[in-house]
Each structure stands twice: as structure tokens, then as C-alpha cells.
Design a protein around this ligand. Sequence first.
Ligand SMILES: Cc1cc2nc3c(=O)[nH]c(=O)nc-3n(C[C@H](O)[C@H](O)[C@H](O)COP(=O)(O)O)c2cc1C
Length: 190
Amino acid sequence: MQLLEPIQKRRAYRAFDKKKVDTEILTRLAQAAHTAPSSANNQPWRIVTVTEEGQLAKMKEVLAGGNYWGKNAPAVSAFVTSPGWSMSIGGRDLAYFELGMAAMAYQLQAVSEGLYVHPIVGFDAQKAKEVLSIPDEAVLEILMIVGYPGDKDILSEKHLQMEEMERERKPLDQILSWDRWSDLLLPKKK
Ligand SMILES: Cc1cc2nc3c(=O)[nH]c(=O)nc-3n(C[C@H](O)[C@H](O)[C@H](O)COP(=O)(O)O)c2cc1C
């Protein structure tokens, strides 16, 4: 089974269409996320998917200016966890790692459904928590913008270029070493 090709198909595209996504499809994305592994099977991921018009409008108000393109999307999913919901060991809060694995499965399922899916950190998390009634103990880590591919006319010049450019990644030897640490793995000083 060769998975690399569909994995490489995922990009953080921004040109969303307003067309609604069926609830069954959005449910399948959450089901994919829910297959993720977690320490002691704690399953610390929580997903609040917003499609109802009033709530969606409120969520769009919390987006940072640079994420204007998210206003076109018909669905926004909040990815939520808390360090207390999974194992914390030696200063490592595994809940965040596990939420990330669930988020990747969610995105890959979205790609296989013909959707665009784009994680964002640029939003007012406190306001978003209030809109969604997320309890204080929980961390709203990211929002996932979900929808069908749409017209690129909605994009700024910069985002239009990003939509069409090749994927940018560090050379593999800066993220992978064999048998022992390599100083090539240290982030380059900016
Ligand atoms: C945790 C996280 C937060 C991100 N936040 C934003 C954001 O606020 N706005 C945005 O336009 N893109 C955001 N992105 C998308 C990244 O910019 C994008 O994934 C990265 O440039 C690599 O491009 P690719 O996903 O198309 O390979 C975020 C991605 C992640 C994983």
C-alpha cells in the first residue's frame, strides 16, 4: 500500500468555496481522527465542528485579519484537548501530540473526500472558546477550516502565489539523521 502520494496531495490551500459539506462527510473526518493512537488509549482529542449559520458567523469574527479567506468556508472545526486528559510524563504532555496525530488523520480523510482543509492558529482563542462554550480547563489548540475548492479570486496576491507554488520543505538531512543526532538537525539561526 503506497500512501505517500495522497499524503503529498494535502496542502494548506486557502481558496474555499461556500458550498456546504454534508454532515456525514464531516462526521467521517472526525471518525478518521478518532482512529489515532494515544497513550493508555486516553483519546484526549475533542472536535467541535461548526456549520450552523449563526455560530459560523460568530466564529468567523474571531479570525485574525490574515485568515480572511476562512470566511468563505462552510465549516470550521475546533481541535481541543487538555494536558489533564492524557498522560503527562517527565514534563511531556502527550495530549498535544495525540491531538496532532488525530488532526493529521482528519486532514487526510478530508483530502480523500475532495475537500480542502487548513489548520490555523491565527484566531482569538479566548473569544472562540466563549462562542463554543468550551470549558476553562480545555485548550482550543487550533481551528481547522474545511470546505470544497473554490474560486481563487477571493485571495490576495500573496496568497494566490502561495496557492500555486511548489511545497516548501527543508532538505531531508535537516530533519532526518541515522543512528545518532546530527547538528544539521538544529534549526538554522535566522
Ligand atoms: C498549527 C498550525 C497553524 C497554522 N496556522 C495558520 C494560520 O493561522 N494561517 C495560515 O494561513 N496558515 C496556517 N497554517 C498553515 C501553514 O502555514 C502551512 O501548513 C505551511 O506553510 C506548510 O504548507 P503546506 O501545509 O501547504 O505544506 C498553520 C499550520 C499549522 C500546522
